[in-house]
Design a protein around this ligand. Structure first.
Ligand code: GDP
Length: 293
C-alpha cells in the first residue's frame, strides 16, 4: 500500500532499527494486511511473529533498516504462504484419486476441468467423475467442462434416479482402473453455506475411495469468510491442499494467508479466470507481493 511504502521510506533515512521503528512499521503492515482482507486473528499472529524476528535481528551492514524490515516481512509472508509450491502426490498404484470439495459457486466444476486439462498436458490420462448429484445441472456442467478439456466424464446413467454419490465414486474408481486412467478427479456437491449433510456426504465419499489428495476449493473473493469455511471443511472432510480461485478479481488475496495459517495446509493451485487455461501452480512469492500491495 502507499502508506506502507511511505513508512518504509521514512525508515530509510535512519541508521539503525529501533523498537519504535519496528512498532510503527508493524502498525502499517497490520493495516496493509487488513486491507488485503486477512482475518484479524491471523494478522495478530503474523505481526507478533514479525516483531519478534525484527527485534532479534542482527543489524545488517548490507541493508538499511527499511530494507531489513521489508526483507523480514517478505520472508515471513512467503513462509506462511507455504514457501515452496507443493506438488500433487501421485499414488504408487494408479489411479491417483483427487477429490474436490468446497462451497457451491467456489469454482469447483471449472477447476475440475482446468486440473484435468493441466494434467493431460503433462501426459497424464485423467478422468472426471460427477458426484455432485444435488444440483440439477451439475452433471451436465461437468460433462461440458470435460468435453472442452478433452477428458472423459464418468456420471450416473440418466433415468436411474438421482443416484448415490458414494456408489458413483466407487464405480468410477473401478472404471478408472479398467480404462487405465492414471488420475481420477471427483467433483462433489457444494452448498451455498456450510451444511452438515453435505459434509457427511463428502466424508462418506472420502471414506469410500480413500483419495490421495482432497483439494479444498475456495473463492479468493470471499475474504474473511474463508477462515470459517476452511475450518468447517477441515473438520468435516479434511483436506490435503487448497486451490484459490477467482484471483483475476480484485481480491488482494488475504484469503490465501488466512486459510494457510488457520489450517496449515498448502495452497497448491491458483485459478485466475473462467477459461480452462487460466490456471497455474500457486506461487507464494507472487502472492506475498500481491498481499503487501
Ligand atoms: P461450483 O459451483 O463450485 O462448481 O462453481 P463453478 O465452477 O460453477 O463456478 C461458479 C462461477 O464462477 C462460474 O460462473 C464460473 O465461470 C466462475 N469461475 C470459476 N472460476 C473462476 C475464476 O478463476 N475466475 C473467474 N472470474 N470466474 C471463475
Amino acid at each position: 500500500s502507499d502508506r506502507l511504502t511511505s513508512v518504509l521510506q521514512n525508515l530509510r533515512s535512519k541508521g539503525r532499527l529501533t523498537d519504535a521503528d519496528i512498532d510503527s512499521t508493524a502498525r502499517e503492515i497490520r493495516i496493509a494486511l487488513l486491507e488485503a482482507d486477512v482475518a484479524l486473528p491471523v494478522v495478530r499472529d503474523f505481526i507478533a511473529q514479525i516483531k519478534q524476528r525484527a527485534k532479534g535481528a542482527e543489524v545488517s551492514a548490507a541493508l538499511n533498516p527499511a530494507q531489513q524490515v521489508v526483507k523480514i516481512v517478505n520472508e515471513e509472508l512467503i513462509g506462511i504462504l507455504g514457501g515452496e509450491t507443493r506438488r500433487l502426490q501421485f499414488a504408487k498404484q494408479p489411479p491417483t484419486v483427487i477429490m474436490l470439495a468446497g462451497l457451491q459457486g467456489s469454482g469447483k466444476t471449472t477447476l475440475a476441468g482446468k486440473l484435468a486439462r493441466w494434467l493431460r498436458n503433462q501426459n497424464h490420462a485423467p478422468m472426471l467423475v460427477a458426484c455432485d448429484l444435488q444440483r440439477p445441472n451439475a452433471v451436465t456442467q461437468l460433462q461440458v467442462v470435460g468435453e472442452r478439456a478433452g477428458v472423459p466424464v464418468f456420471a450416473p446413467e440418466p433415468g436411474n434416479g438421482v443416484g448415490d454419490p458414494v456408489d458413483v465414486a466407487r464405480r468410477a474408481i473401478e472404471e478408472g482402473k479398467r480404462a487405465q486412467h492414471d488420475v481420477v478427479i471427483i467433483d462433489t456437491a457444494g452448498r451455498l453455506g456450510v451444511d452438515e449433510e453435505l459434509m457427511k456426504q463428502a466424508a462418506d465419499i472420502r471414506d469410500a475411495v480413500q483419495p490421495d489428495e482432497v483439494l479444498f476449493v475456495v473463492d479468493a473473493m470471499i475474504g474473511q469468510d474463508a477462515v470459517t469455511t476452511a475450518e468447517a471443511f477441515r473438520d468435516g472432510v479434511g483436506f490435503s491442499g487448497v486451490v484459490l480461485t477467482k484471483l483475476d478479481g480484485d481480491a488482494r488475496g488475504g484469503a490465501a494467508l488466512s486459510v494457510r495459517h488457520v489450517t496449515g495446509q498448502p495452497i497448491m493451485f491458483a485459478s485466475n479466470g473462467e477459461k480452462l487455461e487460466d490456471f497455474d501452480a500457486f506461487h507464494p512469492d507472487r502472492m506475498a507481493s500481491r498481499i503487501l500491495g
